[in-house]
Design a binder for this molecule. Structure first.
Ligand SMILES: Nc1ncnc2c1ncn2[C@@H]1O[C@H](COP(=O)(O)OP(=O)(O)O)[C@@H](O)[C@H]1O
Ligand code: SF4
Ligand SMILES: [Mg+2]
Length: 327
């Protein structure tokens, strides 16, 4: 395998299908094709935002990269090691370098554990540090995320949503990982708190040289966070590129519709929300050809038959649409 020192995470033709049990014998015959042949890379110290409507497969990609879910097919390369081909012990070792912050800080923290134990747990599992050393590191890490020593001896319910997400971030960084999947880390929080958490994440990224996969359905926060953006639709990446290309020169009809729906924070400029018309199709039986054709204003016969592949628009900018040059 060629070693590329700029790339931290690479996924090749990744698939994750979930069996759907149906019929009286509950035999799995059909599959939810949650992630269906996705490839991309994440460079060291960059934030790749993964955007798309609810149910398009964002969380599944994040968890499959971390091997919290076993891939159905395809490869995940992390730090030049193929996670699909290594032993359990090697995977456990590499896992130290990859962490996740979940969407909902109200359910992701153990309700009956003290903060010191929640944040210190990864050190307990992965190191043989003494309890004094673990406490010292927990204190230091809480300070890194804007909390204080006294918070160590409290339970999660004593904190606000924003503070709980700081605790979750502290747990994610305590092993000094290289890579963190941030799965909609602010979508359960009040708008006033969101910006502070996003700022904290950006500060930590700089201080600790982190690389992020930032999952969100909200394009407004992508601007704060992303270097590059991957747009997903029904288990596929339909467009990927640098943030400016995706925002200023979107090539895919779906990306354009998503962007037209970004709320504009100016009360005198009311932009109509034009979300894609119609329902998201069922990922058990995705439409043939281009999966977006049932909702696309530009669809022609070819789109119903032939699946478009990602093709190059520009430097680092790729789109999967038969008609991107004409529309
Ligand atoms: N454990 C599971 N079993 C069956 N289906 C699942 C499971 N997890 C996710 N799915 C399905 O996979 C698709 C993608 O889900 P998800 O990755 O959670 O999307 P997103 O994070 O973009 O909202 C959805 O149709 C969802 O219902
Ligand atoms: S391939 Fe066709 S249906 Fe799909 S996005 Fe492009 S124009 Fe629309
Ligand atoms: Mg999700």
């Amino acid at each position: 395998m060629a070693v590329n020192n700029d790339v931290l995470v690479k996924i090749n033709s990744l698939k994750k299908y979930f069996p759907v049990r149906s019929g009286i014998f509950l035999r799995a015959k059909k599959y939810v094709r949650a992630v269906d042949n996705v490839s991309f890379t994440i460079k060291k110290n960059e934030t790749l935002a993964l955007v798309g409507e609810s149910g398009c497969g964002k969380t599944t990609i994040g968890r499959t990269i971390l091997h919290l879910l076993e891939p159905t097919d395809g490869e995940v390369i992390f730090d030049n090691k193929n996670l699909t081909k290594i032993s359990k012990d090697e995977l456990k070792e590499l896992r130290k370098g990859m962490q996740i912050v979940f969407q909902n800080p109200y359910t992701s923290l153990h309700p009956r554990k003290l903060v010191k134990d929640i944040v210190g747990e990864p050190l307990k599992i992965h190191t043989d540090f003494s309890s004094v050393e673990i406490l010292r590191r927990v204190k230091e890490t809480l300070e890194n995320v804007g909390l204080r020593e006294e918070h160590m001896y409290r339970y999660p319910h004593e904190f606000s949503g924003g503070q709980r997400q700081r605790i979750a971030v502290a747990r994610a960084i305590i092993l000094r990982p290289k890579f963190i999947v941030l799965d909609e880390p602010t979508s359960a929080l009040d708008v006033s708190v969101q910006a502070r958490i996003l700022n904290l994440l950006n500060k930590l990224k700089e201080e600790l040289s982190l690389t992020y996969l930032f999952i969100t359905h909200d394009l407004a926060v992508v601007d704060y966070m992303a270097d590059r953006v991957a747009v997903m639709y029904l288990g596929k990446v339909v467009e990927i590129g640098k943030k400016d290309d995706i925002f200023k020169r979107p090539a895919h009809p779906y990306t354009r519709v998503l962007e037209a729906a970004i709320p504009i924070p100016d009360p005198f400029f009311k932009k109509e929300r034009i979300l894609p018309k119609g329902e998201v199709p069922n990922p058990v039986n995705p439409p043939k050809g281009c999966r977006f054709h049932t909702r696309c204003d530009y669809a022609v016969d070819k789109c119903k038959e032939l699946e478009p592949q990602l093709e190059k628009v520009d430097d680092e900018h790729y789109v999967a649409c038969h008609r991107w040059k004409e529309i």
